[in-house]
Ligand binder design. Structure first.
Ligand code: MRU
Length: 338
């Protein structure tokens, strides 16, 4: 049965705005969730870079649009043509793994190539607004494709936050859940806590509870036991970069989930826009994995103890049942590579 599904409780992740003083980006500071819902406004492109690096804005599609927005903020507040390329490069390099960031910054640069500098602020502003709308459209289309893969009463396990907060609105993996919930198909979502930063524990459960979806939070090391008990019908995750051969990078812990899902005969789906597929990356071996600060894992250092803290891992294509993009549902060896 189709129900009216209320996304109203989840605010937009980021929005480019303008007033008489220039262009500003408003974003949710995701570091403060779930304790506080804080909206930040900035007219400073360097603050946008900082927000991306510190995970105030995070999730592959969201950092892509935020990156393009940084260029619009620069141009719309007195930035110069001379400084443009250098600043754009610094934005694109803010985080290395999610290809969406480089993709969006390059798209914005190409969009204004050869234009009069006087026209650039307006052109970039309009482009970012278009990207925000396109992101939501893409996610809703992906959600509709993905929802068809789920049976009624589905119990879905997800990792990290590939929800509305990881995009401008609606989400990728959780977009599938939202559409399936609208169709009355979702019995429960199990959210992995997602150590060390806790995107599942802090963000996914926050947005699922706002959306009124029955949610159970589990620690990452509980997923295999849950699968063994027969409690999981499907695993759905997002992606930060998909190589040509279908290997993909996503939040650390995804690979282990995929192996466990295979062992237990549970379908493993990856929902991501076509912009996450990187035609220039042949296989997962070529994906640069971001290493983050040791303090995320060990807040108080212990003498003689080192920390390994990769933000992402690579799951080989053979563990993926289907990829879901805005173009449809694909086998790993039949991706819509542009
Ligand atoms: O480090 P984060 O929080 O940016 O990592 C995010 C993820 O790994 C998501 O699963 C991925 O970006 C897909 S989001 C639609």
């Amino acid at each position: 049965m189709e129900t009216t599904f209320d996304m109203g409780g989840i605010p937009r992740t980021l929005e480019l705005k303008r007033d008489e003083r220039g262009v500003l980006l408003e974003y949710i500071d995701q570091r403060k969730l779930p304790d506080e819902l804080v909206f930040v406004e900035t007219r400073d492109w360097m603050q946008v870079v900082d927000a991306i690096k510190t995970l105030a804005v995070r999730g592959a599609p969201a950092i892509g649009v935020a990156g393009a927005a940084a260029l619009a903020v620069y141009a719309g507040n007195g930035g110069t043509r001379e400084g443009f390329d250098g600043m754009a490069e610094r934005v694109a390099e803010a985080r290395p793994t999610a290809v969406n960031l480089r993709w969006a910054v390059d798209r914005a640069r190409r969009h204004v190539e050869g234009a009069e500098w006087a026209d650039v602020p307006e052109m970039l502003y309009a482009l970012v607004i278009e990207m925000e709308e396109e992101d939501e459209r893409t996610n809703r289309t992906m959600g509709a494709w993905g929802a068809e893969l789920l049976g009624s009463g589905a119990r879905v396990l997800t990792h990290c936050n590939a929800g509305s907060l990881a995009t401008c609105y609606y989400g990728t993996a959780l977009g599938v859940v939202y559409r399936a919930a609208e169709l009355g198909k979702v019995a429960r979502v199990f959210a992995d806590e997602t150590r060390p930063v806790g995107q599942g524990a802090r963000l996914t459960v926050w947005e699922l509870s706002r959306a009124g979806i029955p949610t159970t939070l589990i620690c990452d090391n509980m997923a295999a036991a849950l699968m063994a008990k027969g409690e999981v019908d499907a695993v759905i995750v997002g992606a930060d970069r998909i190589a040509r051969n279908g290997d993909f990078a996503n939040k650390i812990g995804t690979y282990g989930l995929a192996v466990n899902a295979r062992e237990h005969g549970i379908p493993f789906y990856v929902a991501a826009p076509v912009s996450t597929i990187d035609a220039s990356t042949a296989s997962g071996d070529e994906i640069v994995i971001e290493q983050r600060d040791a303090s995320e894992v060990l807040p108080r250092p212990i003498e003689g103890v080192d920390v390994w803290n990769p933000a992402f891992d690579v799951t080989p294509a053979r563990f993926v049942t289907k990829f879901i993009t805005e173009k449809g549902v694909h086998d790993p060896d039949d991706l819509p590579v542009g």
